[in-house]
Design a protein around this ligand. Structure first.
Ligand code: SAM
Length: 300
C-alpha cells in the first residue's frame, strides 16, 4: 500500500558525507550540547538522572519505537533530529518556523531555539486547548518568539502572510490531521476533549474510514489543504519537513490500523507527488524516507 513513490520529484541528495543522527553525536547534543541548554530545569534534571544514555538514544532513534523507549530521551532526541536537519540545510538562524498541530509537544520548538540561538521565531496553529495549556508551561523560559494560534490549520493563510516563513514542520502531525478530520464530523469536539483518552476512538474511526475507502473524501482533502497552505506560507527555497513514528506496542493490536500508520509518510508523499504543488524532495543520508520527508519549495 502507498509504496513506489521514492521521491516527490526525483529528489536531490544534500549531505552524502555526513549522515544525520549518528547516535554518539545525538547523545552529546542532548546531554551537554545545544538541545540540553534549551531544556527547562525539570526536563534537564530528569535527563541528567538517566543512566545508560547512549543505549537509550539508540533505542529512541529506532523505528518502530521499542517497548522500553525512555520518554524524556525520546523527546530530546526528536528535538536533536530536527536540529540536525536545520544544521544540514542551513536556513537563516533568524528563521521563522511554522508548525501545524503542535499539541503539547516541544521538539520542533526546542530545535528552533537551539538552532536560532533565541533569534528565530515560531508559530503554530493548533485546535486542542488543554494541550495548549500544557505546552505553554513547557516553553515559558525560551528566548524564541512564540505565537500559538487557536484555529484549524486549514485557515493558516487567514492568520499569516504568504512567504513569511522559512520552514513548516509537520512533526508527527499527519495522523493528528486525519484523526481530527474523521472525528469532528462524528460529533467529537477536538478543541476541548482530553486528547489522549479519546485518541483510540479517533484512530478507530480513521481505521473504519480507511477500510471503507473513504480517506479520499475525508482526511486527504483536509491534509492537502494544510499542506497547500504551508507551501504558500513558506518562501521559495524554504522547507517542509514531515516525520512520523510508530510504537512497537501496536504491532498486532486489532483496532490499530498498522498498515495505514506505517505508511503515513509514503502516502503523503504520493498525494503530494500527484498534486501540482511546487515542491522538490531533499534526500538526507540517515533520514529514512519511510518515516521522514523533507521538501523544498521551488522558485515560482
Ligand atoms: C496529540 S497532539 C500531537 C502533537 C504533535 N503533533 C505530536 O504528535 O507530538 C495533536 C494536536 O493536533 C491538533 N490538530 C489536529 N488537526 C488539526 C487541525 N486541522 N488544525 C489545527 N490543529 C490540529 C490537535 O488539536 C492537537 O492539539
Amino acid at each position: 500500500m502507498y509504496q513506489g513513490f521514492p521521491n516527490v520529484d526525483g529528489g536531490t541528495q544534500e549531505n552524502a558525507d555526513s549522515p544525520l543522527w549518528e547516535p554518539t553525536r545525538i547523545a552529546r547534543l542532548i546531554a551537554e550540547g545545544p538541545i540540553h541548554r534549551c531544556l527547562d530545569d525539570a526536563a534537564r534534571e530528569e535527563l541528567d538522572g538517566i543512566a545508560g544514555l547512549p543505549e537509550k538514544v539508540s533505542g529512541a532513534l529506532e523505528n518502530p519505537k521499542p517497548l522500553d523507549v525512555c520518554m524524556p530521551v525520546l523527546n530530546a532526541v526528536l528535538a536533536a533530529q530536527y536540529y540536525e536537519i536545520f544544521e544540514a540545510l542551513q536556513p537563516p538562524r533568524a528563521m521563522a518556523v511554522y508548525e501545524p498541530c503542535v499539541g503539547a509537544s516541544n521538539p520542533v520548538i526546542l530545535a528552533t531555539e537551539a538552532y536560532g540561538g533565541g533569534h528565530a521565531s515560531y508559530f503554530t496553529i493548533n485546535l486542542n486547548r488543554p494541550l495548549r495549556g500544557q505546552l505553554q508551561a513547557k516553553i515559558a523560559r525560551l528566548k524564541t518568539s512564540i505565537r500559538i494560534i487557536e484555529d484549524n490549520a486549514q485557515a493558516a493563510l487567514t492568520h499569516l502572510k504568504p512567504q513569511s516563513c522559512d520552514a513548516a514542520c509537520f512533526h508527527h502531525a499527519v495522523n493528528d490531521i486525519l484523526q481530527t478530520a474523521v472525528s469532528e464530523p462524528r460529533g467529537m469536539d477536538t478543541t476541548a476533549v482530553d486528547w489522549f483518552p479519546n485518541e483510540r476512538q479517533m484512530i478507530e474511526w480513521l481505521a473504519e474510514d480507511t477500510a471503507a475507502g473513504r480517506l479520499e473524501e475525508r482526511g486527504k482533502p483536509e491534509l492537502m489543504r494544510i499542506v497547500e497552505g504551508a507551501v504558500r506560507l513558506v518562501r521559495p527555497g524554504g522547507l517542509l519537513i514531515f516525520d512520523h513514528f510508530n510504537w512497537q506496542r501496536f504491532v498486532g493490536v486489532d483496532w490499530f490500523p498498522w498498515n495505514l500508520f506505517y505508511n503515513l509518510i509514503p502516502m503523503t508523499r504520493q498525494w503530494i507527488a500527484e498534486s501540482a504543488l511546487p515542491l522538490s524532495e531533499v534526500c538526507l543520508t540517515g533520514a529514512d524516507p519511510q518515516w521522514w520527508m523533507i521538501l523544498r519549495v521551488n522558485a515560482r
